[in-house]
Design a protein. Structure first.
Lengths: 168, 133
């Protein structure tokens, strides 16, 4: 295993959003803004913004990395651009009443389908399914999080089929 | 004989004997590095928590970059100066294989294929950047 793969996640995280020059096997060289390093494979995801409005993404496999050099420290503007490329769009703002009605509608729908759903004591805006799945505001299918993929996909399906939700 | 090493990494399977990632599986022991990078096992729990947090951030971003690549034409640069294009489909959880379609090889187009990640040096694709600004 090479030096790069042996780095800790904290060392990788410290390089986020910086401009890097990566040398890899067979004399390959790549340059770009670091979007992430996969903690499992140590793959390096570099982004460069082209003048024609496209972004080109190069991933160098962790096992092929020889040297990594920081060229540029990056800025908030670059961080925002990188994040907006890949991350889901932030949910639009909802009023308290709207959220409350969305929550009620979802809760009734899940209960109608015999899914045990509860509100958590310390954070009542989060719905909890059978203790293993959380649904955060604004209660869309993509707001679910949980480690059990089977429960996750079933609940997400249900949310998408909720007849009383008019979000789509 | 290689002795199994305790593996510490982010994506754990759902539970026990379920379908997810299993560090004790024969496949994992045969194909994956014997250990995933982390500080010494002797580190205090605060560092451990920090490290796990960093791992989740990095891993989520990586998976989102894979999601952005689905159905895109991807250019793979592999060992021995092999360069091929293919439409990306999916990856397995430990980034050992990529499933691709329409793999353009020097011998013709392969409709469906698996690319072994250890054979790849780098891959690239492009997306529209201006839309979500």
């Amino acid at each position: 295993m090479n030096e790069w793969c042996k780095k800790t996640p904290l060392e990788w995280q410290a390089l986020l959003h910086k401009e890097l020059k990566v040398c890899a096997h067979e004399k390959q060289q790549h340059q770009g803004w670091l979007f992430t390093v996969d903690p499992v494979s140590a793959n390096i995801v570099l982004v460069s913004f082209e003048p024609d409005g496209k972004a080109s993404i190069v991933t160098v496999m962790g096992h092929a990395v020889e040297t990594v050099e920081v060229l540029n420290e990056g800025s908030d503007a670059i961080s925002n651009r990188l994040v907006s490329l890949f991350m889901p769009v932030a949910p639009q703002k909802h009023s308290k009443e709207e959220l409350e009605s969305k929550k009620r509608s979802l809760k009734e729908w899940l209960e109608k389908n015999h899914i045990p759903v509860s509100e958590q004591g310390n954070s009542p805006e989060t719905l909890c399914v059978a203790g293993v799945l959380k649904i955060d505001a604004p209660y869309r299918a993509e707001d679910c999080s949980g480690a059990n993929e089977i429960i996750l996909s079933r609940v997400q399906n249900l949310i998408n089929n909720n007849p009383t939700a008019h979000t789509k | 004989i290689r002795t199994p090493v305790c593996v510490l990494r982010m994506p754990r399977g759902p539970d026990g004997s379920s379908r997810g990632f299993d560090p004790t599986s024969e496949r994992y022991l045969a194909l994956c590095p014997t250990t995933i990078s982390s500080s010494d096992s002797a580190v205090d729990s605060a560092t451990f928590v920090e490290e796990q947090k960093a791992r989740t951030v990095l891993r989520e971003r990586y998976i989102r970059s894979l999601l952005a690549m689905v159905k895109k034409d991807v250019h793979f640069t592999m060992y021995e100066r092999v360069k091929v294009n293919a439409v990306f489909g999916a990856s397995d959880i430990d980034i050992l294989n990529f499933q691709v379609s329409d793999l353009q090889t020097p011998l013709g187009v392969q409709k469906e294929a698996l690319i072994r990640c250890p054979d790849i040096i780098s891959y690239s694709f492009s997306i529209d950047a201006g839309l979500k600004d």
